[in-house]
Design a protein around this ligand. Structure first.
Ligand SMILES: N[C@@H](CCC(=O)N[C@@H](CSS)C(=O)NCC(=O)O)C(=O)O
Length: 361
């Protein structure tokens, strides 16, 4: 029987965001891959790879991180953009060289591979990477040691997270090592058996888990770097040489949560009474309203510009805001973008005519 060459692994840490980065390679190949690199540690990662005589060929991202900027783009720039490929899930909506989906195989070299497991819930596009011998699984933020990723922004869904984790991670053999994306208490690795036995969240019944998560994580205390991280990570950390901002997302894709879709508009009159700032993104295409409204044009191909113009007009992240346009579509994208940037009280008002009708004008 052919024995598989052993895998060599390194776990690296970012103290600021408590993020783990992993190097994985096969002993019989010089090729190596990195999982979840952090921008500030690109030099360290290159140096560790060099000491291992390893040649970085692939950078895998478990998801669009909200608490740190990925080192993917900077590593590509330093090591040669054609020599290294970036990976992220197709479901994340982000841009990378390779978009992967459930059950895809990622070659490590020397006959070894990782299998992609779709594990949404912390975000819709979260994936885990399982080694071919099931000795290890790199889970990003789906499972944390004695915990799990939060589910209160970026389309998080606690019921979905519970199902993902139970079906794709905690169903692996007892002895499978679980390598998390973070640990805030100095722990490094766990096993399926330990998490199935002791994880205080994931040993709950699904309804109890959902209740706990939805109470504990209420959309407050967002990661402090969310504003810079999300736009950068949607393009795998590639920055424009001229603006030094993340390059624009081709096509301007924005994930729009259900609650911001135009047909989900609710309690508009109540938000107006609460003193909501009404912003018109349509430059007057959506009818009129007798009260005050701010004209803040939507920039379909430059979300950063919209964000900076909006922030200059509405600096308070807790201000109630109603976005309007002509049909509610641009407003829904605007709400999604502003929520990712940290605004907490957003409503899609569809258009000014609709606002006027809702409040009985
Ligand atoms: N304070 C940190 C953010 C901490 C945090 O929210 N961590 C996330 C993973 S990074 S999006 C999480 O899911 N935590 C789970 C938990 O149980 O705390 C910062 O400002 O960056």
């Amino acid at each position: 029987m052919n024995k598989q060459p052993p895998l060599i692994m390194r776990q690296l840490f970012d103290r600021s965001s408590c993020t783990y980065t992993y190097i994985v390679k096969s002993s019989g190949s010089s090729d190596a891959l990195l999982i979840d690199p952090v921008l500030e540690h690109v030099s360290r990662d290159i140096s560790v790879l060099s000491n291992m005589s390893a040649n970085l060929t692939k950078i895998l991202n478990t998801h669009v991180h909200a608490d740190h900027v990925t080192g993917s783009g900077a590593l590509k720039e330093r090591l040669g953009s054609t020599a290294v490929q970036t990976f992220i899930s197709r479901e994340s909506g982000a841009v990378a060289d390779v978009l992967v989906t459930n059950n895809d195989k990622i070659d490590i070299g020397d006959g070894r591979f990782l299998t992609v497991r779709s594990t949404p819930g912390h975000t819709p596009g979260c994936i885990s990477f399982e080694t071919d011998d099931q000795a290890s699984v790199f889970v990003g933020d789906a499972v944390l040691i004695g915990g799990c990723g939060r589910t209160d922004f970026q389309g998080g869904d606690s019921a979905q997270l519970y199902d993902s984790v139970k079906e794709k991670i905690l169903s692996l053999p007892d002895e499978t090592n679980i390598w998390p994306g973070h640990d805030y208490n100095g722990r490094t690795v766990s096993t399926v058996k330990e998490e199935n036995t002791f994880n205080p969240r994931l040993t709950l019944k699904k309804s109890e888990f959902v209740n706990l998560m939805d109470t504990k994580f209420d959309g407050s205390n967002y990661p402090s770097k969310i504003d810079a991280s999300l736009p950068a990570n949607m393009v795998c950390g590639v920055f424009s040489e001229t603006t030094k901002q993340p390059v624009l997302h081709p096509g301007g894709f924005l994930w729009v949560p259900e609650k911001f879709k135009p047909d989900k508009m609710v309690k508009l009159a109540e938000r107006v009474k609460a003193g909501a700032v009404i912003c018109d993104l349509s430059s007057g295409e959506g009818g009129t309203y007798s009260g005050d409204s701010l004209d803040t044009p939507w920039h379909e191909n430059d979300h950063s510009l919209f964000l900076s113009e909006f922030k200059a007009k509405v600096p308070d992240f807790d201000a109630p805001v109603i976005l309007c346009c002509k049909t509610g579509k641009r407003a829904s994208k605007g709400c999604a973008l502003l929520e990712m940037a940290g605004y907490r009280d957003l409503t899609n008002g569809i258009n000014l005519k609709n606002v006027a009708e809702e409040i009985g004008e």
